[in-house]
Design a protein around this ligand. Structure first.
Ligand SMILES: [Fe+2]
Ligand SMILES: [Fe+2]
Length: 487
């Protein structure tokens, strides 16, 4: 099964399951357990759960941010599903239920139990505390093949009851973010590699990954910002594209963009450098200065990205949204850069965002031909000197404010001789004194995690700060991937 088949199957399984539950509720109201229609509805429900599991031990169907998710994948909202979605949402809202986990393999569950479940579900709407009442009734009736989801969170995963400690939930969120990062990276690679070998390339997986990234960013962008410090020599173009997507969406959220706009922006970030697949590797990775003809080759990539996006197999409206900003991402605020466009034509908002985050990620990334690069705080200082010339000044200001004085993952040296990596910037505190993950050098010279300290901490006796930054460096100077220490 291809990835596309998998996604399509999951979409239809999700709608089938929703429909089967709705039908069961209606049938349960009208017919006895042994009525043929009731027997058929039970069989259809069992089949839908089985189809939706796709090899997993259980299936979760839940509401999150006003949409239905099957196994944490958002179900597309097509016109033909609107009334089904609305009807079920109202039903669940009235009962304060966010969804269900159904155990796989319901074959051995008695049809009477399934009908009893739907009748209890229905009756809960008349109770004062519907959710508590339902959970206790299910327990009383020994119905354990289904668990009710009580909270609006996508990260409950396979947990039937949300009884996890906060630290465990945080760990799960980090794991979910890492998994999404890896899957999103694979999705761009797949698109790029398929474009090289055939004409028809779908982007369903990338769309899904961007939707998941938006979910994570809407809830808490910190983990994702830390992941965006990942730098790889071999996979540079792909990690760079993903980091650009993450930084662009985080900036978009900061300026108040809605989810659907963020999804579009994220896809533009993922595909902005797609055109680089057409540039020979020897030019892309050339050590030393490019000659004029080589630079001319490089300059073709933003136009090539737009041309490749046109070839993608996706809806026309989506292509329309994706074309412009990848085409513009090397056009600067003052219209210098490339390709040259009419000065009277304003650069799109997405284009101005991509220009900023693209340069930031590029100049903080060590490359094969340039093993050292600017530390994140130096990069921001450098970019600030070109504010209003190369970069939209208002957007750059928000971006700098968002990353903080020492962006997450900056390697810092202290007056105590210690070293550490800056953790997330917290805008409520003194940004020049972030929290830091200390690093300890082991016997084999490799670095291990030490304590997390707060640079705002003072010595109680003297009132002086315990540690002060004396230098900021790029983590690559020590060969470190910050994400592996701070996540
Ligand atoms: Fe580019
Ligand atoms: Fe780029």
């Amino acid at each position: 099964m291809t990835m596309n088949d998998f996604s399509q199957k999951q979409d239809s399984s999700g709608h089938d399951l929703l429909r089967a539950i709705t039908r069961l509720i209606q049938i349960g109201r009208l017919y006895e357990d042994n009525n043929n229609l009731a027997v058929e509805a039970v069989a259809a429900f069992k089949r839908s759960v089985g189809n939706a599991c796709l090899g997993e031990p259980q299936v979760s169907l839940q509401i999150y941010n006003g949409r239905f998710f099957l196994q944490q994948e958002k179900l597309p909202l097509l016109r033909k599903h609107i009334s089904l979605f609305n009807q079920m949402m109202q039903f669940m809202e009235k009962r304060k239920i966010f969804g269900w986990h159904f155990r796989a393999g319901l074959d051995r569950v008695d049809g009477k139990d399934i009908l009893l479940f739907t009748r209890l579900l229905d009756r809960a709407g008349k109770e004062e505390n519907p959710l508590d009442w339902l959970v206790s009734e299910l327990d009383k009736n020994d119905i354990h093949w289904v668990a009710v989801i009580r909270e609006s969170s996508l990260y409950q995963g396979d947990c039937l009851e949300s009884t996890m400690a906060e630290s465990e939930t945080l760990e799960r969120k980090k794991e979910a973010a890492k998994k999404t990062y890896q899957n999103a990276l694979n999705s761009i690679k797949e698109v790029a590699q398929k474009l090289l070998s055939r004409n028809e390339v779908g982007i369903r997986k990338s769309v899904r990954m961007v939707q998941r990234m938006v979910d994570i960013i809407m809830e808490d962008a910190t983990t994702f910002m830390a992941l965006s410090t990942i730098r790889m020599y071999d996979d540079y173009t792909y990690t760079h594209s993903l980091n650009v997507a993450i930084l662009a969406m985080t900036l978009g959220k900061k300026i108040g963009m809605k989810r659907t706009t963020l999804e579009r922006l994220g896809l533009c970030g993922l595909f902005h450098d797609l055109g680089k697949i057409e540039i020979p590797k020897k030019i892309l990775n050339k050590k030393g200065k490019l000659d004029d003809s080589e630079y001319e080759e490089i300059k073709k990539h933003s136009m090539a990205s737009a041309a490749l996006i046109l070839k993608l197999k996706t809806e026309k409206y989506r292509k329309g949204h994706l074309l412009i900003s990848p085409f513009e991402h090397h056009v600067r605020y003052d219209h210098s850069g490339y390709p040259s466009i009419d000065k009277r034509r304003p650069i799109s908002l997405f284009g101005r965002i991509l220009t900023i985050v693209d340069v930031f990620d590029a100049i903080t990334s060590p490359r094969i031909y340039r093993p050292t690069s600017m530390s994140p705080d130096q990069a921001l200082g450098h970019m600030l000197s070109d504010s209003g010339k190369y970069y939209d000044p208002a957007l750059l200001k928000v971006f700098i404010n968002m990353l903080g004085v020492y962006p997450v993952g900056t390697l810092l040296k202290f007056d105590t001789g210690e070293m550490g990596l800056s953790l997330h910037a917290n805008n409520d505190r003194d940004q020049t004194r972030p929290k830091v993950q200390l690093l300890i050098q082991g016997k084999d010279k490799s670095y291990e995690k030490g304590k997390v300290i707060d640079l705002g901490e003072r010595n109680p006796g003297t009132g002086a700060y315990k540690r002060t930054i004396v230098q900021s460096l790029h983590p690559a100077t020590l060969g470190l991937q910050p994400a592996s220490y701070i996540l």
